[in-house]
Design a protein around this ligand. Structure first.
Ligand SMILES: Cc1ncc(COP(=O)(O)O)c(C=O)c1O
Length: 430
């Protein structure tokens, strides 16, 4: 960690005067002060104090090919020379929509927006308009951005109706969001059946990524697909994290489920702000200017982000399955290595993950949903985080986030990281 009067610390002090909490997204704040980054390349970033850290946060999963990827830089530079925004359609938007549709066949039509929050908000509005119903069902621990309909947690007691998880979200809005338990087919199935006449959609992260990675039990997603279909409720896969991460066709390809609507973000933009929602043609045709559902955005589909997206997806497609099999192998190595270290240090913890996603939870319960994730000892995680930081390894500061590998990480780095993890967990067994 940088010294007491490091530039990071000075900047943090300045930032807090003009930026609430000193950060532009709350997860970036951690104790005693966040590192301020000056530059990044490949698997590493350099702080404003010129200290280099190996990065397993990767902008919360946005960077599958590491920082400052040469192909993306070239595409962005060329795009900028041609003008960064026109407020008119471009050829590359069409190419990108075609490419997305070819990689994810459930996305017959696609609309580009700027953030995952925007995309889920519009997809939910669209689902409501298409179905003529107003409620949505989400799962505890699932995160779908920071707009009102999804900043909702399970209501108290036996009530299924959601209650606001942030002040400023009205209870009237929250009541239209039902909340169920991830991996509990019975409860979710009953809610969907009981509320089918008023339920527009079920929105789910196929792998929960915002509570640490929590995998779907075999059959869970299949059951959701079956019951939503039988009850004329739309199924929305929020693939902001899993899209292009589990496979080039996302979780829907990985688990072989065809949702009605899909949300993409993070990797899609190749490090620039870009998100998308899309899906069945008959649903998407309800959007303005074709249909009655309003949705718009000045920067939507801007040519710089679209160029970065095209460079990212084309490169992933060209390299084919090789990227994903390598990432999966590296992910396995990390998960097994972590489990071995935990065992030899006699520290009880769970290691979760799939493909290039991983995280450990200091709990004796298998982590399969929100409640088991929340049983983790956060103080232990904080100690673990700071031990790794001292070894110049950056993992997400919160227990309830996922670590990500990129193609820029190499074997030597993985080995060094496992060594540091081994040392970090040893300090926890005392
Ligand atoms: C699954 C999921 N959906 C939606 C969002 C919101 O995306 P954004 O931060 O681009 O608004 C996130 C962000 O972490 C996410 O992980």
């Amino acid at each position: 960690m940088a010294g007491l009067d490091s530039r990071s610390q000075q900047l943090y002090r300045r930032a807090r005067q003009v930026i609430p909490g000193g950060v532009n997204s709350p997860v970036r704040n951690y104790s005693p002060y966040p590192l301020f980054v000056g530059s990044a390349k490949g698997s590493k970033f350099k702080t404003v104090d010129s200290q280099e850290y190996l990065d397993y946060c990767m902008a919360y999963g946005a960077l599958i090919d590491g920082h400052a990827n040469a192909e993306i830089i070239e595409a962005v530079e060329q795009a900028l020379e041609r003008g960064s925004i026109y407020g008119q359609p471009t050829e590359i938007e069409v190419e990108l929509a075609e490419l997305i549709a070819s990689l994810m066949p459930s996305m017959e039509m696609v609309r580009l927006v700027n953030s995952g929050t925007e995309a889920t908000m519009h997809a939910i509005r669209l689902a409501r308009a298409f179905s003529g119903k107003k409620k949505v069902l989400k799962f505890e621990g699932g995160f779908h951005g920071s707009h009102d309909s999804v900043l909702v947690k399970a209501g108290s007691g036996a009530t299924l109706l959601g209650s606001p998880s942030s002040e400023g979200v009205s209870s009237e809005v929250a009541k239209n969001t039902l909340v169920s338990r991830f991996n509990d087919e019975k409860v979710a199935g009953k809610i969907i059946r009981d509320h089918s006449s008023e339920l527009a959609a079920v929105i789910v992260e196929p792998v929960l990524g915002n509570i640490g990675p929590v995998l779907p039990n075999p059959g869970f997603l299949e059951t959701l697909r079956k019951i939503t279909e039988e009850n004329e409720v739309l199924l929305i896969f929020d693939e902001v994290i899993t899209g292009f991460r589990l496979s080039i066709g996302g979780a829907q390809e990985y688990y072989k489920i065809r949702p009605d609507l899909t949300i993409l973000g993070k990797i899609l933009g190749g490090g620039l702000p870009l998100s998308a929602f899309g899906g069945r043609r008959d649903i998407l045709e309800k959007l303005a200017p074709l249909g009655p559902v309003y949705q718009a955005g000045t920067y939507s589909g801007n040519p710089v982000s679209v160029s970065a997206a095209l460079a990212t997806l084309e490169s992933l497609r060209k390299r084919g399955g090789q990227v994903y099999s390598r990432l999966e192998r590296m992910g396995d190595e990390m998960r097994h290595g972590m489990s071995d270290h935990l065992e030899s240090a006699r520290v009880t913890a769970q290691v979760n993950g799939v493909a290039s996603m991983f995280q450990l939870f200091f709990t004796d319960r298998p982590v399969t949903d929100y409640h088991s994730a929340k049983s983790a000892d956060m103080r232990k995680y904080e100690k673990y985080f700071h031990s790794l930081l001292a070894s110049r390894i950056f993992v997400p500061p919160s227990q309830f986030e996922t670590c990500f590998l990129s193609t820029a990480h190499n074997e030597d780095e993985l080995e060094a990281t496992l060594g540091a993890i081994g040392a970090a967990v040893k300090t926890l067994s005392r």
